[in-house]
Design a protein around this ligand. Sequence first.
Ligand code: GLA
Length: 381
Amino acid sequence: MFVVFAGGATAAPTPMPPQMGFNNWNSTHCRDEFNEAMIRGIADKFISLGLRDAGYRYVNIDDCWANWQRDKDGNLQPNPKRFPSGIKALADYIHQHDLKFGLYSSAGTSTCEPLKENRGFPGGLNHEKQDAATIASWDVDYLKYDNCNNQKVDAKQRYTAMAEALRSTGRPIFYSMCEWGENKPWLWGGKPPVDAGSWRTTGDISDTYASMLKNFKENVVLNQYATPGHYNDPDMLEVGNGGMTNTEYRTHFSLWSIMAAPLLIGTDLRTIKPDALEILLNKEVIAVDQDALGVQGKQVRDADGIHVIVKPLKDGSRAVAVFNETDTPHDVSVSATEIGLKSGGSYNARDLWAHSDAKGDGALKLSLPAHATAMYRISQL
Ligand code: GLA
């Protein structure tokens, strides 16, 4: 997905960095608290907590927003208890905050939530044109398109049908494929005719260190398939939900950023604790994720539970994440050449969590606590 700025036929299109925002799923699932009052409250918090200023843009809603049936003309409609004012009114509210609004559906006959009376929430399969038109008429900016109840129809066919339907509306709608990596979407999701902005590479994350680690390991090896504007998505953030330590949440945020992953907050911002907010607002780490080169970091070491990932940045510097997966502290050395720097050079190593600088030859010597990640930006002096 590209954004073309008006004002000059010669201006090169600027690729979109990975999307940043919020999605309610990890914090609420389908509980009753997921409703329009909550989502409006989240939009308010984007402003008051400084999240919009830090780059978070999308306020997205997930499964269970819809009514059980389509209306008499076959159109999607919202659940009247959760969204009594309608989806367009919610989109308007979010746009008034200079934010963007995202919706959810599934490339199947119904979405993923368990069936009720043998019916799920209506999915988009074979309704692509009508649903895309509805979505555009509500001024939606983003569609997360899930994979449940797909009737075993070819995935590329299903995701292409919605991609084309979205494009034919004429409204720019970010297309986020949620295919869980089942049909290697990294080989086709980012290219025409699908041209999605991101595709899920994994199953669902949960709020545990083991789950986050599993998704990291599945996603980190796919770096060659991410291209500027088209990113691997190891699922949404759990930072702040309480199931991991602050060290583990810093690791989660560091790894997602060095992998140029979407940064979609999955905790209830109305009740977020200061420690979690500080992680989500680390602008130096966010800058690595959002870097204009749009390259996913490459894992240059995976040995004895130590992972070293290196991401080239637009200004010629390199971001480095060093992650201790193990349950015990480790001393770790990383050489300049392992980071891809020439030996004998002079470099500044900016510690992106301590916010401090150290000059040297580019090599790193670290003492890493269990489950911790150190993150640096290394630039030539
Ligand atoms: C699937 C997706 C999740 C979430 C749920 C909603 O499991 O992978 O991210 O959208 O459906 O039911």
